[in-house]
Design a protein around this ligand. Structure first.
Ligand code: WTA
Length: 649
């Protein structure tokens, strides 16, 4: 453990004085949540949400056999009504969304009433194109207010949205549209990030060449670029909302009706459509938002994620809006036009709560303190971190430089599948340690197990499982419940396995150490090594590929690919560049390999299984710690790989 990690940061007394919960309060609520989940979550469900028909049942869940997870199952409600309608009467003129453009001269405020009207109009526009309850609508949008409008419009009429991050390639978009049989796409002419245009409509057109069932494409005008519109299929978003009425009653949704699908990467195969449902998800997003960020009425809250990831779903849109908060949506990037941008935005809009990813903090830290210190940041009260382990040095810089030593940090561990925060400090209650996500949120029961599933007690390292259900949990993989069970509940039967390794210290604090499966985390973006491998082998000159992550100073992990070429192909630098470009077009720029090593052979067991442990060690430049290689079919392969490794320190 580094010295930084052993420092303790108790909540500042002035923070505790005003906080929602102190240490005793956390303990009391946590105990109540696990000793009587029905009573605890019943009360929370009533307190946090408005119901069309109240629930009478609370928890009905099993992690065994067929794995069935239901919360509030006989209740009815509407997510958009909870995010908008109930606030219009009391805070109609309050800003719901502050939009800050990529260009610092562009920003706007949208009130709850305005957002409500926009959502109703677009919901009617969707209906006019035949969208009904249960239909899937794919969103491929930049960070503009219309993204939130489209999400809420789907929720209002019971359509299921599937957001595809704007950085994904046409191929990735196509796969996701086809997997969920979506017939409607919402996109924009172009996106804008860091002063550059992203050709979203052109990408969408390419994807749609292989999606004959898509019959409607709404195109939002973001830059005004001249994009081709296919007659009968493509329609202007602006024209269709202008023609639509603002009267659109919310659909009564069952608590367990689907709210959204979000594709995420796993150890094997293509990304899977993680499905979240209505009531439990919203309870979780709302409650974690309020307690973890200690949100106070009228505060300005800013999460820098993209709506294409789960963080954007739960903590830009659903949690904040259900809470009646003012949420800031940022179109740009941390270093444009300068590396002070984040802090300038904080000052411009008086942001109190700021939530970002360690990769951004590490990148900004590299530019030193001056770009931060020239801004005021006096509005900041709380800082948050998400997406990957935060190294203690970055934590301390975030605390001391960005937060002037004043603001508690909440390091929130969670996943697409968990719907919201799972292990995190509550800022008025929990003493933090740099690099630790600390303690479980209400209702979360972590357990560490060894490779054989033996439960480990006390201070130890292990694989992180959660032993009972919580309301925000994903219910299934869209149309593939078998894969859901296999992925999450079969490694350690009867438990949800997170895929993460974790250490618990003598104080019972949790320290996430990173994925123990073949998922990697590159700049906070989750990716399956199998996806990058299948992109590589789809190239005509590649025979075989194995991809692993390696430690990377800025990105957390980088992508290291071992490639075996087809017989007769020459391993040239030009081909290396070609393969890098190929992966970018197959998946998207986030999957760009950092290193490609030509591998005449890959280390395999006699049964043909690639020994990734060895490849990870070589990529990490730890080839002196390869361990036992005697079970390899051809140990000589390893010597070649070590000699030709790319990533020498
Ligand atoms: C990692 C993002 C350490 C972890 C919300 C997890 C973290 C994966 C943290 C999920 C954190 C997320 N500390 N690791 N605070 N937050 N992770 O689905 O490996 O994109 O399994 O969800 O990110 O990534 P996902």
């Amino acid at each position: 453990m580094t010295d930084a990690a052993s420092q303790l940061f108790p909540p500042p007394p002035e923070f505790v004085a005003k906080a929602r919960l102190d240490a005793a309060g956390y303990k009391r609520m946590y105990e109540a949540s696990v000793s009587d989940p029905d009573a605890f979550w019943g009360e929370q469900g009533k307190a946090l949400l408005d119901w069309i028909r109240p629930f009478t049942k609370v928890k009905n869940t099993s992690f065994k056999g067929d794995v069935a997870i239901k919360w509030y199952e006989d209740g009815q409600l509407n997510v958009a009504a909870n995010c908008l309608d109930r606030h219009v009467a009391t805070r109609g003129n309050q800003t719901a969304i502050i939009w800050e453009g990529d260009d610092p001269t562009q920003s706007k405020h949208v009130t709850y009433r305005e957002l409500f009207e926009q959502v109703c109009r677009f919901a009617n526009a969707l209906k006019a194109r035949g969208v009904k309850k249960g239909d899937r609508v794919t969103l491929y949008l930049p960070m503009i207010v219309e993204a939130a409008v489209a999400m809420l419009a789907c929720a209002r009429i019971g359509a299921v949205h599937s957001i595809v991050f704007g950085g994904f390639s046409p191929d990735s978009l196509k796969d996701r549209i086809l997997d969920c049989d979506s017939t409607v796409l919402v996109t924009a002419d172009e996106g804008v990030r860091g002063g550059k245009a992203i050709p979203l409509k052109a990408n969408a057109d390419k994807a749609l060449e292989s999606c004959p069932d898509v019959s409607t494409v709404f195109v939002v005008k973001r830059t005004g670029a001249n994009v081709p519109m296919k007659a009968g299929r493509d329609i202007s978003y602006e024209d269709s909302v202008a023609a639509a009425s603002t009267d659109c009653p919310p659909e009564a949704m069952g608590a367990e009706d689907p709210l959204f699908i979000l594709y995420t990467s796993g150890s094997t195969g293509k990304p899977k459509g993680v499905l979240h449902t209505t009531a439990g998800y919203l309870v979780w997003a709302t409650m974690t938002f309020q307690y973890v960020f200690d949100y106070r009425d009228k505060e300005i809250y800013w999460c820098t994620a993209d709506v294409g990831w789960v963080t954007g779903h739960s903590y830009i849109v659903y949690g904040p809006l259900a809470s009646g908060a003012t949420t800031l949506m940022f179109e740009g990037v941390p270093n444009y036009p300068s590396v002070s941008r984040f802090w300038e935005v904080v000052d411009k809009h008086n942001v109190s709560i700021f939530y970002t990813a360690p990769t951004a903090i590490r990148a900004l830290m590299r530019d030193g303190d001056a770009p931060v210190k020239k801004t005021s940041r006096k509005s900041l009260r709380l800082l948050g971190s998400v997406g990957e382990p935060i190294n203690p040095e970055a934590w301390l810089w975030y605390h001391n430089v960005v937060g002037d030593g004043r603001c508690p940090i909440v390091d929130t561990w969670w996943q697409t599948e968990t719907g919201g925060h799972m292990i995190t400090p509550l800022p008025g209650a929990i003493t933090t340690k740099p690099g630790s996500a600390t303690v479980p949120f209400f209702g979360v029961q972590p357990q560490l197990v060894d490779a054989d599933g033996k439960v480990l007690d006390g201070a130890t390292d292990g694989n992180l499982c959660i032993i009972d259900s919580w309301p925000g949990q994903a219910r299934t993989v869209f149309r593939d419940h078998k894969r859901f069970i296999e992925t999450y509940f079969s490694t350690y039967p009867g438990k949800y396995f997170t895929g993460d390794g974790c250490r618990r210290d003598e104080d019972g604090y949790y320290w996430i150490t990173g994925r123990v499966d073949d998922v990697i985390n590159v700049s906070g973006h989750r990716m399956g090594t199998a996806e990058v491998e299948s992109a590589l082998v789809a190239h005509a000159k590649v025979a075989e590929a194995a991809v692993v992550g390696f430690p990377h100073d800025l990105k957390g992990q980088g992508i290291y690919a071992y490639v075996t070429l087809n017989a007769g192909e020459q391993p040239t630098d030009a081909l290396r560049k070609e393969l890098v470009a190929w992966v970018r077009t197959q998946i998207g720029p986030i999957a760009t390999p950092d290193h490609i090593q030509w591998a005449p052979g890959l280390p395999k067991t006699r049964s043909g299984k690639i020994m990734r442990r060895i490849l990870r060690k070589i990529a990490a430049d730890e080839h002196d710690q390869l361990g036992d290689v005697s079970t390899l079919a051809d140990p000589a392969v390893v010597t070649d790989l070590v000699e030709n490794r790319q990533n020498r320190a």
